[in-house]
Design a protein around this ligand. Structure first.
Ligand code: T5A
Length: 199
């Protein structure tokens, strides 16, 4: 099973994906936790390039292709091998992030992003996606408690467009389950477990 966690910056998806990882291990399941960008050795270098606030001059097109390169490597070296070995794969951000941030936030056409996502993944889609939804102001407050990365320094309007695109995606796709990220960590986690226990 391939499960992804999505949401705006500071929505709590890393917290939830790690809680699920620990719970599945406790139950004796074979499980892999990974993330984008940065789920491979090569991807960790790409992540630094993408998130470093010193790289503010990165052209949007360069940024887009770096996310796609990170993902192609991740699919080939981590996601497909993990799934082929029968592991449950938990991934913190995946293709929906590119749709939300690069189509929603940066304004690239949805068609271009859909075709790049399909090409970089070879069509590999999650079985289920949990979308943690929080108002952009709250997510940014949570995310920037320490040093803000390049995306966290984007305007509130940028983050509002990202959130709107996520909600638009969720309305169109049954694999995406929206969770209210303003609830407590424990309440959100219970909803995730309830959803997975139904499968
Ligand atoms: N990106 C990524 C793209 O533009 N395109 C792409 O294709 C991809 C893959 C990656 C950046 O790259 C962009 C999106 C991102 O801006 P990242 O570090 O992976 O950056 O992602 P972030 O969203 O920035 O990660 P964060 O760690 O900041 O946010 P999370 O994972 O949503 O939140 P989390 O769990 O770390 O929690 C943040 C804080 O909130 C608290 C936590 O304790 C923590 O302090 N918290 C809660 N507080 C109250 N109530 C709850 N329910 C809480 N849950 C967590």
């Amino acid at each position: 099973m391939f499960i992804t966690f999505e949401g705006p910056d500071g929505s709590g998806k890393t917290t939830q994906s790690k809680l699920l990882y620990e719970e599945l291990r406790r139950r004796g399941k074979g499980v892999v936790w990974t993330r984008e960008p940065g789920g491979t050795d090569l991807g960790r270098s790409i992540r630094q390039l993408l998130l470093d606030d010193q790289n503010a001059s990165l052209a949007p097109e360069t940024e887009l292709f770096l996310f796609a390169a990170d993902r192609a490597q991740h699919v080939a070296k981590v996601l497909r091998p993990g799934l082929a070995a029968g592991q449950i794969v938990l991934c913190d951000r995946y293709v929906d992030s590119t749709t939300a941030y690069q189509a929603g936030g940066r304004g690239f056409s949805a068609e271009l992003i859909a075709s790049l996502n399909a090409y970089s993944t070879g069509g590999l889609l999650p079985d289920i996606t949990f979308l943690l939804d929080v108002p952009s102001e709250i997510g940014l407050q949570r995310a920037t408690r320490q040093k803000a990365d390049k995306f966290e320094q984007e305007s509130l309007a940028f983050h509002q467009k990202v959130r709107a695109k996520y909600l638009e995606l969720a309305a169109a796709q049954t694999r995406i389950h929206v969770l209210d990220g303003l609830q407590t960590k424990e309440a959100i986690f219970q909803q995730i477990m309830a959803r997975l226990d139904m499968l």
